[in-house]
Design a protein around this ligand. Structure first.
Ligand code: GDP
Ligand code: MG
Length: 178
């Protein structure tokens, strides 16, 4: 596979754009225009193979024919579902998204592997105002067969890169590898 399509999904303000920009540019800039470009493209070389990575960052406006969550789920090969550990409502939203991905992907062989959906609790640096316990994230991940990460786009550059790299790797193997 040469093209890899990842969708970064989650509620408003959880840090989707921050995570993507951090991964692609190393930088954490703090403010991200909600109407900015929706698809980021990057050329990668992994395990000696050339890959075209497309990262979908939903913005407030509908773009490139992916206006609904269902459209976004059908488009992508892999999913990073993000919530903010200091915002319980974002966790509830992430849970609904994970369930919808599982529902829509039932019976779709290429997508039923647990390696292709990651659940990410972002803003770990805000743990003093935490509203979602780490165990809750772990439990949702275990129940929905997703891999779990708790990290901070602001402070954990290495973890952000590792997380995206792992997802790219899994998708490039067709989701078969565990
Ligand atoms: P999006 O709507 O999901 O794309 O969220 P943004 O990426 O625009 O981030 C929303 C706000 O949260 C911005 O003010 C970011 O600076 C902030 N933010 C993103 N990630 C982190 C993080 O890891 N820690 C903290 N403290 N703030 C973050
Ligand atoms: Mg954004």
């Amino acid at each position: 596979m040469n093209d890899i399509k990842l969708a970064v999904l989650g509620g408003e303000g959880v840090g989707k754009s921050a995570l993507i920009v951090r991964f692609l540019t190393r930088r954490f800039i703090g403010e991200y225009a909600s109407s900015s470009e929706c698809i980021y493209r990057k050329h990668l070389s992994i395990d000696g193979r050339q890959l075209n990575l497309e990262l979908y960052d939903p913005c407030s406006q509908a773009c490139e024919g992916k206006s609904t969550l269902t459209d976004q789920i059908h488009w992508a090969d892999g999913f990073v579902v993000v919530y903010d550990i200091s915002d319980r409502s974002s966790f509830i939203k992430a849970k609904a998204i994970v369930h919808l991905i599982r529902e829509l992907n039932l019976g779709v062989a290429k997508r039923d592997a647990d390696t292709l959906v990651f659940l990410v609790g972002n803003k770990q640096d805000l743990c003093h105002v935490r509203e979602v316990r780490r165990e809750e994230g772990q439990r949702l991940a275990a129940e929905s067969q997703t891999q779990f990460y708790e990290l901070s786009a602001a402070e954990h550059y290495q973890e952000v890169v590792l997380m995206f790299s792992k997802m790219v790797h899994n998708v490039s193997l067709g989701g078969k590898a565990k």
